[in-house]
Design a protein around this ligand. Structure first.
Ligand SMILES: [Fe+2]
Ligand SMILES: [Fe+2]
Length: 332
């Protein structure tokens, strides 16, 4: 079978509403790993699905692929007020993740969107694109003897999780200092996110506990991102904090969803038992997250070679050379 025929086959699994959701997710991550225009088009063809969870994941994957050919699809999703807030949010974030200045215009248009998660996402994505522009300028001036080159953003911790994040990390300082920035609701979200990603990259238990404090902050978008990074770290030290927000029925479903997926990534028996409890939650996005999260837990505990096995069936070569593990696969 040619590679193109194989992508078509996996694209059909993704598009098929009768397939179990967990198989459609694995098909999506397989397409993401393969990359290229045909994979992008197959993913984008699913934005009329009934599952907000699946659609937000499509947007996330398109962002992580960092291919400018996805920009028009993501722009239409951000502009479509009939899409759920969580899906529009993820499209906005993906527009920032691709890292191309062409997205600035549409992001500026929605910076005051009445849906607060969308407005905050556009603010962050613009922050990222402007930061990238500045970095590029500094790089192009680096041959001249410019004292600005020694500025704060030259010495940042590497991201060990291979995700394209909505903000770069901040410079490393004491955990207490990073925590103070993280939790200061008077600071710009972009600055707080930068502290969040440094804490994530440090990933010590002290950093995890500082991050978990963020689950009490007032912005739902912020809380969902905290849950996402806690899922990346996979530390059992935050199972209690994550399950607290998952159990809170007054919590935003976007946050509860992210807590469920983080618990799936942590995959301890306690975390998996909590997920079982919410398989019949009244919120569809929470129920579905538990299904996908338990599938991820199964992967974590099974030693299966590759989560994105839509093509296990296929060799796992990707056009961009990147292959996502399940933890990298699941969206913020
Ligand atoms: Fe998100
Ligand atoms: Fe998510």
């Amino acid at each position: 079978m040619t590679s193109s025929a194989k992508i078509t086959e996996v694209g059909h699994i993704l598009l098929d509403k009768k397939q179990p959701l967990k198989d459609r997710f694995r098909a999506l991550f397989t397409l993401r790993n393969l990359g290229g225009i045909q994979a992008i088009e197959s993913i984008a063809a699913c934005f009329d699905d009934g599952s907000a969870l699946l659609k937000h994941e499509l947007a996330y994957c398109l962002g992580q692929m960092q291919d400018v050919r996805a920009l028009p699809h993501l722009t239409s999703v951000l502009e479509d007020k009939n899409q759920e807030a969580m899906v529009r949010h993820e499209a906005g974030e993906a527009l920032g993740a691709i890292g191309d200045a062409k997205a600035i215009e549409v992001l500026e248009k929605y910076i005051n969107d009445p849906v607060v998660e969308v407005a905050e996402t556009c603010e962050l994505a613009l922050g990222r694109l402007r930061w990238l522009e500045q970095q590029n300028k500094k790089l192009s001036n680096s041959t001249q003897d410019n004292p600005d080159n020694k500025e704060e953003d030259t010495d940042l911790l590497d991201n060990p999780y291979n995700s394209v994040d909505p903000a770069p990390p901040a410079r490393v300082t004491a955990v207490k200092e990073l925590e103070a920035t993280l939790l200061d609701e008077n600071l710009p979200l972009f600055q707080r996110y930068r502290a969040m990603f440094t804490l994530r990259n440090l990933s010590t238990t002290e950093a995890v506990l500082a991050l978990a404090e963020g689950l009490k902050c007032s912005s739902a978008l912020f809380r969902h991102e905290i849950a996402y990074v806690l899922g990346q770290i996979q530390s059992p030290a935050c199972v209690e904090a994550l399950s607290h927000n998952l159990r809170d029925l007054a919590e935003s479903s976007m946050v509860r969803h992210e807590c469920a997926e983080a618990l799936g990534a942590i995959a301890t028996p306690e975390a998996m038992n909590i997920l079982q409890e919410f398989l019949s939650d009244s919120e569809r996005v929470v129920r579905e997250s538990c299904v996908v999260a338990l599938d991820m837990s199964e992967y974590e505990n099974s030693g299966q070679f590759q989560y994105a096995d839509g093509l296990s069936k296929l060799e796992s070569t990707s056009e961009n050379g990147k292959v996502a593990t399940p933890i990298q696969a699941v969206s913020s």
